[in-house]
Design a protein around this ligand. Sequence first.
Ligand code: GDD
Length: 498
Amino acid sequence: KVVAVILVGGPTKGTRFRPLSLNIPKPLFPIAGQPMVHHPISACKRIPNLAQVYLLGFYEEREFALYVSAISNELKVPVRYLREDKPHGSAGGLYHFRNLIMEDNPSHIFLLNCDVCCSFPLPEMLEAHRKYGGIGTLLVIKVSPESASQFGELVADPVTNELLHYTEKPETFVSDRINCGVYVFTPEIFTAIRDVSSQRNDTATLRRVSSYEALQPATRIPADFVRLDQDILSPLAGKKQLYTYETMDFWEQIKSPGPTGWSSLVSDRINCGVYVFTPEIFTAIRDVSSQRNDTATLRRVSSYEALQPATRIPADFVRLDQDILSPLAGKKQLYTYETMDFWEQIKSPGMSLRCSELYLSQFRLTSPHMLAIGDGTKSAIVIGDVYIHPSAKVHPTAKIGPNVSISANARVGPGVRLISCIILDDVEIMENAVVTNAIVGWKSSIGRWSRAEGVYNSKLGVTILGDSVAVEDEVVVTSSIVLPNKTLNVSVQDEIIL
Ligand code: GDD
């Protein structure tokens, strides 16, 4: 048996996807008319002997509950959401749920990042992995040397395909072959993750003790904070430097209404807080201060080194790339499978438009029934690859495509022109409006003769309208991002409307 785990991440990870991630978790954002995560799930269907698909993330349970039951029914694959109580990293989450994942006693575990767009050649990877042996095989692709540094760069043996070297997002160029975020592992991956985690646990405890001791003096007293009593009088006492003059007159301290007491008596003579010094006092103060400065610097260095591993990475937070792939490279444990097909990462809203295009053109080969066929009589004129949800109402005189997806209950009026755009649920596009290179958010409306368009090489690129934005009649929105619930009655260009 084989199981698949899809990493869906959690709310803090979706910030680059704003304003579209304000409404729904990024993995449920529609691409080519289907939630982003639908594409890897449906690719899993082609894995022989697939027992279960797990979505693993730290979004609220309820955000995925409906989707998980709908997709299980639709695709006839058991899909289950596993919620982490906190982020464990791309490998730590897998390890956290190891008992559940191993319930069906699978021989292989697929692990897929949800925010990648590709043809997911999973059966081919499994076959290659069986040939190679080892504990895992990762999907790789050749990209341009300029873009490689945004990803994990790797070197593989051209004959055996063994992963020889792996560096996550390096600053200097290593290779134009990159990690696609799609893996197949044997259950031995759990041992590899456990080793990282338990090794980190040991170091963390040791370091925490030493860093506690080291930090105290450095953080409590800055070098230029010098107290006359503790720092000067105490150490200079008995060194023939300081003398006393006793008053027989009255003296009281004005701090609180009542008298103060001493916990243990040293002497019944006290400091009245009235002094006379020679200028040498400055040397005495400077000495204390500079001595403390030295200690502080010394201590700060040691505590910085000591603190890093203990505070920055908890033992159960394990990243697949830095913590597993890098150290296991070159040890005949990991292998690569190179795809010659398309691959993109979906981090920004603009990329979702590009990925919609890729998936729509893949539908042409794999599921042509998903694509609209327009004839301009009963339905609209359709050009190229277009997805129209069955509940959307599109006027026959509208001209749609290529690369357009129209979600549920959207209404597209007469004479509307749509090119390269994503129209989300309940949007209304009124007559003769034009939308190109744009994403129109849920319940937004575009007025008569208005335009929402993106210019690819401009500052902001694709135009994005958040949820419930109203563009009034004859308004042109060019390469702008509009946050939810705004009304635009004047034209804007290259602006972020907050
Ligand atoms: N469940 C869960 N828990 N998922 C997580 C966590 C976590 O704590 N942290 C990250 N993820 C998910 C993300 O949602 C995403 O699907 C995937 O893990 C990878 O995210 P990151 O760890 O943020 O890495 P990245 O996307 O910047 O880069 C990774 O993927 C690239 C391919 O898309 C790296 O592995 C790169 O080397 C690789 O090229």
